[in-house]
Write a protein that binds this ligand. Structure first.
Ligand code: GLA
Ligand code: ZN
Length: 671
């Protein structure tokens, strides 16, 4: 639906499952949708069993009626292919569709997102259904998007996958000698003489629990293989649909920082990115912000779809607190502030059975419009109608970027040592938060993305430096860029083989340092360093490094490595390489990044307290400044720019005071 000319405003709606309800209730749903200003429904997400009753028999009559119903009521449709859960008969008749878990357990029918991506049955019937849906509904001009399957994920370790894994390896490495080299199988006498010797890495072989492995190279390749296998299954459906309706964009709903799938690779095969945002009650605002930015970055800054969020509660947290009044609206606009061009929910109507019956919905079990949640939804619907198309297509114009790489994430998680406290996303989050809290826009980029638009590129814990990436960074810095990285960076190349000669391997010349040792501290122990008159803790990991041309900005204060560098800065070509040798606290990241941003001429959009989030989007209509008050107090501050608040209609000149109530939002179109 993104960039679809049928869309004239932010689409507002979500997952609707009328097939779970008697037909006589449907008209009442339509009445309520209208009241709530709903204009889009995602249909047919879990109907495979209803649509196909055996190998050759399909039943579209009910879906026909549903399509007729919603179209008659002027609703746009995001049409799902239903392949997120296979039918029971299919599992009984074709057990190859059932997955095998990491512990070797073959699953029976049940749950969802349950098909083996390499199952011949799945690979035959899923695209066949997608093709039939496309054929049957292609004349509906209110279908604005296809939604393939649902929240793809997980792993399979079945025999089919094992066979395919061997083929994948043969294709990638050509010879068994090369496989032995990249996996360093001389270690522990693992030399493979034949591709047939290779088995899947799981708890029956290299893993000693789900995620800990004795052979990182093998497990890493299996992760890649698994992500690609599932992607290939998605692509079969994509191709089947695209052949019939080439003009309707196709997506699948992603899940933010979801580890098993390399979304940066997936996004290449999606017409637009869509994702499901389910922050817990205590999720800090910058964590959600980072996930939005990560999802926006998957397609180099193109707007994305917020495919799902709950209007009020989830059902799967230990305790499911209500979104407080105003929070659903606030979080909807937070998505838009970071690049969303839709606001959508799971779900439109609460089911009466199974595990999601207590999950929030537009239409509650009460069944009428007289609920707090419905009133809030309806009010936001009216507001989005008023906002119209203005913000659609707008881009966020960041000058700072943070590198996020799925391969690197996998490799760090699999690494045996240096510390179980090392968590890639959390380390990324520390840098993100420091920028975000200062209202400095950030792009989350992949290692394939171009760097030339950025004045500052931060790559926290860039443990894996793939062949060629160092050259990209080198050229970027030589041309005047600023590149910052941290401890546990540059250790390995793409196969998880160490680059010898001293860490950070291929990045050494850019940073002008070499790391000799790395000290992993227990949680209750820390070192310290003093920079610009302030003392900060050095926690978790402390590099013991030597300079090779870099300037030392400060040093450790304790232990046997007191006096060794913590922060270094290296003039390299026209730019600089910065190194942060340890983990520190929030204050440090804020102070240090503020300083580097000033050096790089990157300015905050405006200065506000942390609870006031400020972002910017730009399109042909102009520049939009989003101001979101996540706090519980009224915010008052002077605006450094003039503009019109598209939500309240108020006009401001530069220097005027703006007042935002708790959880309130302003979208200023700058004058
Ligand atoms: C996911 C799924 C939905 C639903 C919600 C519940 O996002 O896609 O089908 O299960 O979670 O939060
Ligand atoms: Zn399998």
């Amino acid at each position: 639906m993104i960039e679809n000319e049928k869309i004239k405003k932010i689409p507002y709606g979500g997952d609707y499952n009328p097939e779970q309800w008697p037909e006589e209730t449907w008209e009442e749903d339509m009445r309520l949708f209208k009241l709530a200003h709903i204009d889009i429904v995602t249909l047919n997400v879990f109907s495979w069993a209803a649509l196909q009753s055996d190998d050759d028999t399909y039943h579209f009559e009910k879906l026909d009626k549903i399509m007729e119903l919603v179209s008659r009521h002027g609703l746009k449709v995001c049409l799902a292919t239903s392949t997120g859960a296979h039918p029971a008969w299919m599992a009984r008749k074709h057990p190859d569709i059932l997955r095998v878990e990491s512990n070797g357990m073959k699953r029976k029918f049940g749950g969802r997102h349950n098909s083996c991506p390499n199952s011949p049955t799945y690979r035959k019937y899923a695209p066949a259904l997608a093709a039939k849906l496309a054929q049957r509904y292609k004349e509906y001009d209110n279908i604005v998007s296809w939604h393939i399957s649902n929240e793809y994920g997980g792993e399979c370790y079945c025999e089919n996958c094992e066979k395919k894994f061997r083929e994948w390896l043969k294709d990638k490495y050509q010879t068994i000698e090369e496989v032995n080299r990249v996996w360093d199988t001389a270690f522990w006498g693992h030399t493979f003489y034949d591709f047939e010797d290779i088995v899947v890495p799981n708890q029956l072989s290299e893993h000693f629990d789900n995620d800990r492995t004795m052979f990182q190279g093998i497990s890493l390749d299996y992760r890649r293989f698994n992500s690609e296998s599932i992607l290939n299954a998605y692509r079969l459906e994509y191709d089947a649909i695209h052949a019939v309706t080439p003009d309707i964009p196709i997506t699948t709903n992603l899940m933010g920082t979801y580890q098993p799938l390399d979304y940066q690779m997936w996004a290449k095969y999606m017409d637009f990115v869509s994702w499901d945002n389910y922050p817990a009650n205590d999720t800090p605002l910058e964590e959600s912000a980072m996930r939005h930015d990560l999802m926006r970055g998957l397609k180099q800054g193109k707007p994305f779809a917020l495919m799902e969020q709950t209007p009020s509660v989830t059902n799967w947290l230990p305790y499911n607190m209500l979104k407080r009044p105003g929070v659903m609206r606030l979080l909807s606009y937070q998505a838009v502030a970071h690049g969303a061009d839709t606001v959508m929910f799971f779900q439109m109507k609460r089911s009466i059975g199974a595990c999601e019956k207590y999950h929030g919905a537009v239409i509650d079990h009460a069944g009428h419009e007289n609920t707090r949640v419905f009133r809030e939804i309806s009010a936001l619907g009216a507001e989005l109608e008023k906002l119209g198309s203005k913000t659609l297509g707008a881009r966020c114009d960041a000058k700072a970027a943070i590198v996020f790489d799925w391969d690197n994430w996998w490799a760090i998680s699999y690494s045996a040592g240096p510390s179980i406290y090392l968590d890639y996303c959390r380390e990324i989050g520390r840098y993100y938060k420091a920028l975000h809290n200062q209202n400095i826009p950030v792009d989350m980029i992949s290692v394939e993305d171009d760097l030339s638009a950025y004045s500052l590129v931060i790559a926290p814990v860039l443990y894996m430096v793939k062949t060629g990436y160092d050259e990209k960074i080198r050229a970027y810095v030589q041309n005047g860029g600023r590149f910052l990285t941290t401890f546990f960076s540059g250790y390995v190349e793409e196969h998880d083989l160490v680059t010898i000669g001293g860490y950070p391997g291929r990045l050494r010349d850019i940073l002008g340092i070499w790391v000799e040792e790395e000290d992993a501290l227990p949680e209750d122990m820390h070192n310290s360093f003093t920079y610009q008159g302030k003392t900060y803790p050095a926690t978790m990991l402390c590099d013991l490094l030597h300079t090779e041309g870099a300037e030392v900005l400060c040093t450790y204060e304790k232990d046997f490595y007191a006096g060794m560098p913590v922060l270094t800065k290296h003039a390299f070509g026209k730019g600089f390489g910065y190194y942060v040798a340890t983990q520190s606290n929030e204050e440090f990241y804020r102070d240090y990044l503020q300083e580097i941003c000033e050096e790089a001429c990157i300015r905050p959009i405006m200065n506000t307290p942390d609870s006031i989030e400020v972002t910017r989007r730009v399109n042909d209509e102009g520049t939009f400044i989003f101001m979101l008050n996540h706090g519980d107090e009224v915010y008052e501050g002077a605006l450094p720019f003039g503009g019109t608040d598209l939500l309240s209609g108020k006009e401001y000149a530069a220097g005027d005071k703006i007042s935002l109530a708790r959880k309130d939002v302003a979208i200023l179109l700058l004058t």
